[in-house]
Design a protein around this ligand. Structure first.
Ligand code: MEV
Length: 475
């Protein structure tokens, strides 16, 4: 059989600092949980590209050239296929995700195990060769993932963690595809003509980005939202906003967002709003009312990596809010559509001293990779009872069996999905056998140690685990 490699790279959202970043100022970018998958197969004949989005083909061809130019011996004949979970119209950075994905896939096919810096450097050269302009923030996001402060060329990459979880962003698509390269060139022409004025705007934006990075680390949503709104004022002055984006931004703010702004080059594409979780539905409705389409994404997604260990075609039962069965859908459909409520179980395992076992999710999970989660958790299969699923997860994830106590069942709404979550508890001192594909490590925590870790930002729990631990009164 031909050697075959699959990798996936995330799309991105510019959070703050667009345009200024092209001139060497910092920006904040976050990777989103919509991924593009690249499969490269050594076929021994010619190069065959199977890219459904036509413009991707140029990036694939150029990425192959750039990997060769970097002195890596790539197979003579390859079939390279791309498959995206997001439209190239949203401005989520499909070209940079393609470039990063292809570079990583063919390097792996050539037997190289490059670090992210090398992937970034080659992919950034690819994007510049095809597009001619760009700060590379989108390439960095696809390569490294997470949320970060980025400075052009990758000189500064500081990863950011929102204190106490992930912030809640709502994303609205204006329905208009922006031509980033043209807008970046227009801004350059404006800067030639009015250097002082435009440089002053960029310096102002840079100052906001610095303050925003601090507010992000502090989890200060009110301040972060205000800074986003100030950033939008500068972008408006720069002339890159549009009446449609303004209408969506105004609507989001009027519906209770902490702040909102356009995201990316402007001229169309998307806007983002930072919102209190309880105002999320109202803000989404307001954006729709202003003619936008809401795109549900979770932020801080992992960067390029070998294709997920989760089976995206696994079937889940879909239920209504009273837990009545209403249909069957795939994992990939349920993850990303909060109207598709699906059943999950969580088990909190306590040792005989009353400490709670938590597990750190592996970086290859398709959702919330790297965060800490409840002792064992998983989806309920079609036709499976909650308690059966809980016992199965205990055995699969921790290698134990223990009598379970049902504690509660609740609707867990998170930015990307909605679960009907049943929570069980049990007691066990182990030993535990963890599956390294799913879990990086496990640890027991007293309540005090956990709360302190969460406050300092050292421990980041998945949103649903935090809800489950609150539901059983541990937090
Ligand atoms: C486009 O999404 C963001 C810009 O800052 C361009 C870039 O950084 O490459 C306008």
């Amino acid at each position: 059989m031909n050697k075959r490699v699959s990798v996936s790279a995330p799309g991105k959202l510019m959070v703050m600092g667009e345009h200024a970043v092209v001139y060497g100022f910092p920006c904040i970018v976050t990777a989103v949980d919509r991924r593009l998958t690249v499969t490269a197969e050594a076929t021994g004949t010619e190069l065959v590209i199977d890219a459904p989005q036509a413009k991707d083909t140029r990036f694939v061809e150029e990425a192959v050239r750039q990997v060769n130019a970097a002195g890596i011996v790539v197979p003579d004949g390859m079939r390279i296929a791309t498959e995206s979970a997001f439209s190239s119209s949203y401005g989520f950075g499909s070209s940079s995700a393609v470039s990063v994905g292809v570079v990583a896939a063919i390097m792996a096919l050539a037997g190289e195990h490059p670090d992210k810096r090398r992937i970034f450097d080659i992919a950034y050269k690819t994007v510049l060769a095809v597009q001619g302009v760009g700060s590379g923030f989108d390439v960095a996001s696809a390569a490294y993932g997470g949320t970060m402060v980025y400075v052009k060329g990758g000189g500064t990459l500081t990863s950011l963690a929102w204190k106490g979880g992930e912030p809640v962003f709502v994303v609205g698509y204006s329905g208009v595809k922006a031509d980033t390269a043209t807008i970046v060139r227009d801004v350059a022409a404006k800067r030639e003509r009015y250097p002082e004025r435009v440089n002053r705007l960029f310096a102002g934006i840079a100052q906001l980005v610095g303050q925003a990075a601090e507010a992000y680390a502090a989890g200060d949503a009110e301040r972060f939202g205000k800074l986003m709104t100030f950033n939008q004022e500068y972008l408006r002055d720069l002339g890159v906003s549009t009446p449609k984006l303004e209408a969506m931004i105004d609507a989001a703010n009027a519906a209770g967002a902490y702040g909102a702004k356009l995201s990316g080059a402007g001229g169309g594409d998307c806007m983002i709003a930072l919102v209190p979780i309880e105002k999320k539905a109202a803000v989404e409705a307001a954006i729709r009312g202003a003619g936008g389409a809401v795109i549900v994404v979770a932020t801080g997604a992992p960067g390029v990596r070998a294709a997920t260990t989760d089976d995206q075609d696994e079937l889940f039962t879909v239920v209504d809010e009273q837990d009545n069965e209403v249909g069957v859908r795939t994992r990939s459909e349920c993850h990303g559509d909060p109207t598709l409520i699906h059943r999950t179980v969580g088990v909190a395992v306590f040792d005989s001293a009353g400490r709670l076992l938590l597990q750190k999710r592996s970086m290859t999970k398709d959702m919330e990779a790297g965060l800490w989660g409840i002792s064992a958790a998983g989806h309920v299969g079609v036709g499976e009872a909650y308690e059966k699923a809980a016992s199965r997860e205990l055995a699969e994830e921790l290698g134990i069996s223990a009598p379970l106590v049902f504690r509660t069942k609740f609707l867990a709404r998170t930015p990307g999905e909605t679960e009907m979550a049943a929570i069980f508890t049990c007691t066990s001192d182990g030993p535990f056998t963890v599956n390294r594909d799913e879990t990086d490590r496990t640890d027991f925590f007293t309540k005090d140690v956990l709360v302190r870790g969460m406050l300092s930002g050292d421990i980041r729990l998945t949103v649903s685990s935090e809800m489950a631990l609150k539901a059983i009164g541990f937090l």
